[in-house]
Design a protein around this ligand. Structure first.
Ligand SMILES: [Zn+2]
Length: 221
């Protein structure tokens, strides 16, 4: 059955039920090229190929897009919070110019030795975002490139989608061989494509269910 035969308002409601409540995005290695010496300026912030188009595509889902990033360079005294803010203003402007959006940004500024509750793999930033935006984390997706991202997503109960554009691609590929349920894709575009496919599959299943339900009720009538 063609989805177009579905009343638009019913399709809209179904989409909202099937879509995640929000998408969390890691920054370094997921959106931009990770640097061993940290991104310290706008000049050092280099988008990965296809990332801007992917965020634009993601924005069409009409759910919050939230950046979740460890920036220990602040705690190490390598960059100031103001410098990070200006890098993020630049990031958001470039995303906007490409037709996308970043709705909120959560940053852990601490060094690993500070033992904070927000540095990934801890789920603190995700818990903060969930409280602020009234999200059920089990209904959210986290797209990231590192084992810390994976573990933060799992600690928070989010669906992780891992990309191979970061420095831990090899480790993730090994992990995916052992754990077949791990969702591992090439890059951010492929992660958004995975979300599209899951939505289409969900709509298809619901559509069949509605046809069967309609058949059952006409039977009773
Ligand atoms: Zn922290």
């Amino acid at each position: 059955m063609d989805l177009m035969q579905f009343p638009p308002h019913a399709l809209g409601r179904l989409r909202r039920e099937l879509l995640p409540q929000a998408v969390f995005l890691d920054r370094d290695g997921t959106i931009n090229v990770e640097r061993a010496d940290y991104v310290k300026s706008i000049e050092e912030f280099v988008f990965l190929a296809g990332a801007l188009a992917a965020i634009s595509d993601l924005s069409r889902f009409e759910i919050p897009i939230v950046l979740i990033t460890n920036q220990s360079a602040i705690g190490r005294g390598i960059v100031t919070p103001d410098q990070i803010d200006s890098i993020h203003a630049h990031l958001r402007a470039r995303v906007r110019a490409a037709g996308g959006r970043i709705d909120a940004i959560y940053i852990c500024p601490h060094r690993p030795d500070e033992g904070c509750a927000c540095r990934k793999p801890k789920p603190g930033l995700l818990l903060d975002a969930a409280a602020d935006l009234h999200l059920d984390l089990r209904q959210c997706v986290f797209i990231g490139d590192s084992i810390a991202d994976l573990n933060a997503a799992r600690a928070a109960g989010c669906q992780p989608i891992m990309v191979c554009t970061g420095r831990q691609a090899q480790a993730l590929m090994q992990l995916a061989e052992a754990e077949h349920s791990l969702v591992l894709v090439a890059d951010l575009s492929a992660a958004v494509e995975w979300m599209h496919r899951r939505l289409s599959a969900g709509l298809h299943v619901c559509d069949i269910a509605s046809v069967l339900a309609a058949g059952a009720s006409s039977h009773r009538g």
